[in-house]
Design a protein around this ligand. Sequence first.
Ligand code: SAM
Length: 277
Amino acid sequence: MPDLVRIRQSTAPAPIQLALHLFDLAAYEVLYRFSAVRRKRFFNGGYLPLAHDLRHPPDLAGEEPAAMMYHLLLCSMVATLAPDPDSILDIGCGQGGGLLYAHAVYPKARLFGTDRNRTVTRMARRALAGSGMATFTKGQNESIAFPTATAEFVISVGAPTYFGLGRFVAEAARVCKTGGIIAFSGGYRQGDHAMIEAELRAAAQVNTLIFHSYANITPNTFAALQADIPHRAAELARVPWPFRAYGWKWADMPGSAEYEEYATGRRADFACILRKP
Ligand SMILES: C[S@@+](CC[C@H](N)C(=O)[O-])C[C@H]1O[C@@H](n2cnc3c(N)ncnc32)[C@H](O)[C@@H]1O
């Protein structure tokens, strides 16, 4: 999707930053309410290949690559830490697919979710109602809408870049319990892995966290994007003409600058694991 995140973190004048922030909010509102996204449990681009031990909860059928992004954070990248969390918090939880997946993996854990978008916070609450284990709060701005030491496992897919990495790590450190894990993923257009990792290492140090691991997942996210092109093209064919070209960019479709950045190695998607000692 078009990346306004770096601009928002830049020294652009306050009115421009405010306008971009409002644009972000409006764009998510339109997508969550009126596009095909409202029929799904996830709104991330996915990760391939699928792990052999990926769980298959019936609610998430057909969205395996997106579920795999959560599997990466909840299982694959933390396998050596052998997590057994009593509580999991998903920051930017979207429609609730990530917490549905977390419930399949860690059925005894209490679940917490927050998203700054009211529409999806409601959708997520409904999706998890059957678990009897989940609490949701609408977030706002760049603070996480939960108290200090809320969860043992703090996860986030796609939201950290909206906070800004330094701010996200500070807030995640606050809501994570002592001895807990913080696992997150995100991406930047024209990104540079060396810079992203250095920023995350510095943020970990400032917040007295242990830097466990960093992964360049761009080949995996690009593989998921390529596999999904026919499906995205079919969805976009139903979008009314004036919005279709914009949708093509949001969906990183071939011919868009976003797709070219993937194809020419200028896109940087990452996943990172931190621990709170
Ligand atoms: C790319 S979507 C990913 C949704 C979900 N994690 C998934 O993978 O399906 C990013 C989400 O982050 C949310 N978000 C962005 N900034 C946020 C903030 N400051 N606090 C809470 N949520 C935020 C957006 O509303 C959106 O739902």
